[in-house]
Design a protein around this ligand. Structure first.
Ligand code: FE2
Length: 167
C-alpha cells in the first residue's frame, strides 16, 4: 500500500535535495548565513550545481535564493531541516548505542536518514529515548557487548529454568 511505503519526504524531495537543506541549515546555524560557495564546499560540488539546486528548492518554497545574495531557509525549509536533524540524531544515537564508533555512526546516519519511513524512525527514536533515560542502564546493552566480544551470553541473560543454548 502506498501509505505503508510512504516516505518522510513531504513533496518527494530527493535525497540530494534533502542533503542540501541539511547543509544550509547547519551553515546558517554555525555562521549565521549560507553562501553558494559555502554550500558547494560543504557538499564537495561545483557552484553551478548548487545554484541549480537552490533554484529548484526555491521553487518548492524550501529556501529563498537570490543570486549573489546567498540563501535562507523558509519556514517550510526549517521544519524539514529540524525533522532531518531529529532523525539523524536518533539514528546516530542508536548506532552508537550498539557500539558503532561515533564517526561512522555520523556518516551512516546521514545515509540512512533519507531512506527510512517516518514510522520506523519514530520507533527507533523512542527506543533510544527509553534506553537513554532509563533510571538504570539497561543490562541488556552490557550483555550485548559481552556477546559481541565473546560470542557467548552472560549467565544473567538466562531466565530461571532455561537451559543455556548449546553451541
Ligand atoms: Fe544528516
Amino acid at each position: 500500500m502506498a501509505n505503508e511505503l510512504q516516505r518522510t519526504k513531504p513533496i518527494g524531495l530527493s535525497e540530494a535535495e534533502e542533503g542540501y537543506v541539511e547543509v544550509i541549515y547547519s551553515l546558517i546555524k554555525e555562521h549565521g548565513y549560507a553562501r553558494v560557495a559555502d554550500v558547494a564546499a560543504a557538499l564537495n560540488v561545483k557552484p553551478p550545481s548548487v545554484t541549480n539546486m537552490l533554484q529548484r528548492l526555491d521553487k518548492h518554497k524550501f529556501v529563498t535564493y537570490k543570486r549573489y545574495r546567498g540563501v535562507v531557509l523558509t519556514r517550510k525549509g526549517i521544519q524539514l531541516a529540524e525533522t532531518l536533524e531529529k532523525r539523524h540524531r536518533a539514528l546516530k544515537n542508536f548506532l552508537v548505542m550498539i557500539g558503532v564508533n561515533a564517526e561512522r555512526a555520523e556518516q551512516d546516519a546521514c545515509e540512512i536518514e533519507h531512506k527510512m519511513t517516518r514510522e520506523t524512525v519514530e520507533k527507533l527514536a523512542k527506543f533510544v529515548e527509553f534506553v537513554n533515560l532509563a533510571p538504570q542502564a539497561p543490562p541488556f546493552l552490557e550483555h550485548f557487548k559481552h556477546y559481541e566480544k565473546t560470542g557467548e551470553r552472560p549467565k544473567q541473560c538466562y531466565r530461571k529454568n532455561q537451559k543455556k543454548e548449546s553451541k
